[in-house]
Design a protein around this ligand. Structure first.
Ligand SMILES: *Cc1c(COP(=O)(O)O)cnc(C)c1O
Length: 373
């Protein structure tokens, strides 16, 4: 059946900003500089200003942004990093890549973010950092995490890959810990037209180290201080991101409006759980997640009726084949496993029309009110 409502319309993003993006492309091509360059530096400055941090370092993608932070902090073999049990696997992989061990902690079932009250019991002598992941675009509740980090002398490394331009209390995601990683994967709220990422921080020493590490470990060409990586922000992507950064707030507002519309019109349906925003928190609505005990049937019904949905995420990392080596089994993190079996992501984005929103609402109402057994 023909799709009526796509999950996210990427082409519509290009169409809306076509003129400015085409100009940005021309500017980079005409500049003759195709690695980092003034374009990457300009984006770094503009993004740092937007987040309210001293430093932004543009890198290849979100996963490498996280990994470079851990490398720069010297976190590695024998160390532990506390991570959410329910997150995209990239959060865990960044810890594994530096040789450290991800220690999962269950979520608050209301927000799906890591439950700060469960972190203390996971801290050991080997713990070096806590990684809050601002899942679905909602910043993690940080107050308790700030206290724990202070008491135990731990770093806070934010995975802000889904949270662009949103605040917890009076600070933006990306300025809530020691350092933060952003992804600009095309579908994110601030997305490039290819892979891109960034590290944000107020830590001068860390910023300097990440800058060197992303470029072969060299400050001066061909003089290598450390065994670095090649993970540099592509100037073409930087130029596109400079255009899209200007529209981040407006596009986040459109998402917020749609999210409120969904919440209002799906409220009170039998069996359907709606997303909850914690106090003092702005939700970026990168993903709009509902829950239903009969999730798979709801998903099939929507598929059949032309509404694209996704599951974020069907397999929690501890049960993924990639992490068989850690020896976890089903039942070890029941809250995360329950979420994996009940969450469903509805279409959301800056270009969902009112007709499409109504169509999604109607199909879900039909399913929930059909008097199924
Ligand atoms: C997208 C994402 C990443 C990884 O970003 P890439 O740019 O794809 O490497 C990491 N963590 C979370 C939570 C993400 O959503």
């Amino acid at each position: 059946m023909k799709t009526t409502v796509p999950f996210l319309d990427m082409k519509a993003q290009y169409d809306e900003l076509r003129e400015e993006l085409d100009q940005a492309y021309q500017r980079v091509m005409d500049s003759g500089w195709y690695i980092l360059s003034d374009e990457a530096r300009a984006f770094e400055q503009e993004f740092a200003d937007r987040i309210g941090v001293k430093h932004c370092i543009g890198v290849g993608n979100g996963l490498e942004a996280l990994q470079l932070i851990f490398m720069a902090y010297g976190i590695g073999a024998g160390d532990e990093v506390i991570v959410p049990a329910n997150t995209y696997i990239a959060s865990w992989l960044s810890v594994s890549y530096v040789g450290a061990t991800p220690i999962p902690v269950e979520p608050n079932p209301a927000t799906h973010n890591i439950d700060p009250t469960r972190i203390a019991q996971a801290i050991t002598k080997r713990t070096k950092a806590i990684m809050p992941v601002h899942l679905y675009g909602q910043p993690t509740e940080m107050t308790e995490i700030w206290k724990l980090a202070e008491v135990h002398g731990l770093r806070i490394v934010e995975d802000s890959a889904q949270a662009h331009g949103v605040k917890y209390m009076d600070k933006m995601a990306g300025n809530l810990g020691s350092a933060a990683a952003f992804s600009f994967y095309p579908t994110k709220n601030l997305g490039a037209f290819g892979d891109a990422g960034a590290v944000t921080t107020n830590d001068d020493d860390l910023a300097d180290k990440v800058r060197v590490l992303r470029n072969y470990g060299s400050r001066k060409k061909y003089y290598n201080e450390v065994k670095g990586h090649n993970s540099r922000l592509d100037p073409l992507q930087a130029a596109f991101l400079r255009v899209k950064l200007k529209y981040l707030d407006e596009w986040n507002k459109r998402r917020d409006k749609l999210a409120h519309y969904y919440c209002e019109h799906l409220n009170g349906l039998p069996g359907l759980g709606l997303p909850i925003t914690a106090p003092q928190t702005e939700h970026g609505w990168h993903i709009f997640v509902v829950t239903h005990d009969d999730r798979d049937r709801l998903k099939s019904y929507l598929d059949e009726h032309g509404v694209d949905t996704l599951i974020h995420y069907p397999v929690p990392p501890h049960l993924s084949e990639a992490y068989a080596d850690l020896g976890y089994k089903a039942g070890d993190f029941p809250l995360s496993e329950k979420l994996a079996n009940t969450v469903l992501s509805l279409p959301i984005g800056p270009h969902v029309t009112q007709e499409q929103a109504d169509f999604v609402v109607e199909r879900i109402r039909e399913f929930c009110l059909s008097g199924r057994p």
